[in-house]
Write a protein that binds this ligand. Structure first.
Ligand SMILES: *Cc1c(COP(=O)(O)O)cnc(C)c1O
Length: 426
């Protein structure tokens, strides 16, 4: 393991105190509990089994391809109730936005079809603000419209496709001087990637210079809650448009997202959104179930005890660490990624001359086993992949504990112990 990795990691002592779950919760439950309620288990048909799919224990985290998160029981109940009755969709979007803006201390809010859709709608809003008739021209007839989006070179990422689908081109800048000089009448928006590891320009400077040129500044903070305070930190810093995923840390419907920001821009975003048909956002429909699901999830999330939740994740990581460290050469370290997925995770490493198995093979064995367990996708990777700032290597297993259900930590601990100890050479 490289020193670079060690120096950047924020290790937590595993002897630290564990905070007891809030007394507000029913007996046996803990913060972040999303387990099925008894009555829910008997409602509806088991379509996963009809489709021959095997659900797994999520020991990975909020990854889109693993369906990210489970809605809490209260939120599931609120969605079911809303699903019983039709309402006017535009009225619902507006009322939900006003409710959320108040809770999240910003001027305006919109429930979008995921953070990526919120980025598309943000871009469309910046292109068409003050020229509503241009909405129909995005993305194919852009000749008279602002069509450049500024971004730091180190912030380029796969998600900028959600911006480019508005017919704009990304203009890369590196230094503050580059950035200042890059503004011109065709500049639509200045976009920041909140969890980026590189880049010379700070959030404050990004906003300040954009405003000097009268251009809106946007910030993709999709995977960056908890902590709760991030939900208002960036709008209060001056970002005009901020995007969060609704189905990651917030535990709303997977296909929901939050667009927060300035009133005129959020209104312009809504005009580019469904249900209006001649818009770039028409294919990103947000149903009443998604909208109510996200509003209810935000309420749920704001009600959670932050320290208690973190304590619960820490406790799960410690339990797994204690089990695997009984095996010769196995070391376990709890780390907290700096911006995205900012909760305790576990890195397990071992001597591959003592345990004859690669981390990727452990991952495959856990996924194929019973119950099936999905480990974090950074497991066994040379560069951490999707997990920022961790370099596990071929003998590094990464466990994300925050999307587990209570009790699943001991199952994961037992399976990891079984698979690793079986690989030991005598
Ligand atoms: C997950 C993610 C997105 C997309 O969010 P969705 O809600 O799935 O659309 C965008 N940006 C970043 C940095 C993300 O992590």
């Amino acid at each position: 393991m490289s020193n670079d990795f060690l120096s950047r990691r924020k290790f937590f002592s595993r002897g630290g105190s564990v905070i007891a779950a809030s007394t507000m919760l029913p007996l046996g439950a803990s913060e972040g509990d999303t387990r099925p309620q008894e009555h829910e288990m008997n409602e509806g048909d088991d379509y996963y089994s009809k489709l021959n799919l095997r659900p797994f224990i999520n020991a990975a985290g909020t990854y889109t391809y693993l369906t990210a998160s489970i809605m809490p029981p209260e939120v599931r109940a609120d969605v079911n109730r809303a699903a019983l009755s039709p309402v006017n969709l535009i009225d619902l979007q507006k009322a939900a936005g006003e409710y959320l803006a108040k809770k999240l201390h910003c001027e305006a809010a919109l429930v979008s079809d995921g953070a990526a859709s919120a980025m598309t709608l943000s871009t469309a809003a910046c292109i068409t603000r003050g020229r509503q008739r241009a909405i129909v021209n995005v993305p194919s007839d852009m000749c008279d419209l602002p069509n450049e989006v500024l971004i730091q070179k180190a912030h380029r990422y796969e998600y900028d496709h959600a911006i480019r689908c508005c017919g704009v081109k990304m203009v890369e800048v590196e230094t503050l001087e580059d950035y200042d000089r890059a503004f011109n009448p065709r500049t639509a928006m200045a976009h920041f990637f909140n969890a980026a590891q590189g880049g010379q320009i700070s959030r404050e400077d990004w906003v300040g210079i954009a405003h000097k040129h009268g251009v809106p500044a946007s910030n993709d903070a999709a995977a960056d809650v908890p902590p709760k305070s991030r939900l208002w930190e960036y709008t209060q810093m001056g970002f005009d448009l901020v995007q969060f995923s609704g189905g990651k840390g917030l535990r709303g419907p997977q296909n929901s997202g939050l667009l927060l920001g300035r009133k005129d821009l959020v209104e312009a975003a809504a005009m580019n959104n469904n249900p209006y048909s001649d818009t770039v956002g028409r294919g990103m429909k947000v149903s009443k179930e998604q909208i109510i699901g996200l509003v209810a999830a935000v309420d749920w999330f704001l009600d959670q005890g932050e320290t208690e939740m973190r304590g619960e994740f820490q406790k799960r990581a410690e339990l797994i660490a204690a089990a695997v460290e009984k095996i010769p050469s196995v070391k376990a370290q709890i780390f907290v990624p700096p911006v995205a997925n900012n909760v305790p995770h576990l890195l397990i490493t071992y001597d591959m001359t003592r345990l004859k198995i690669s981390a990727k093979d452990v991952q495959a064995e856990l996924l194929q086993g019973t119950p099936s367990i999905a480990l974090n996708p950074a497991t066994g990777s040379e560069n951490g992949g999707l997990m920022k700032g961790v370099v596990p290597g071929p003998n590094g297993i990464v466990v994300g504990v925050w999307m587990m259900q209570p009790g699943e930590d001991s199952i994961v601990a037992r399976r990891l112990h079984e698979v690793l100890s079986k690989a030991g050479v005598a």
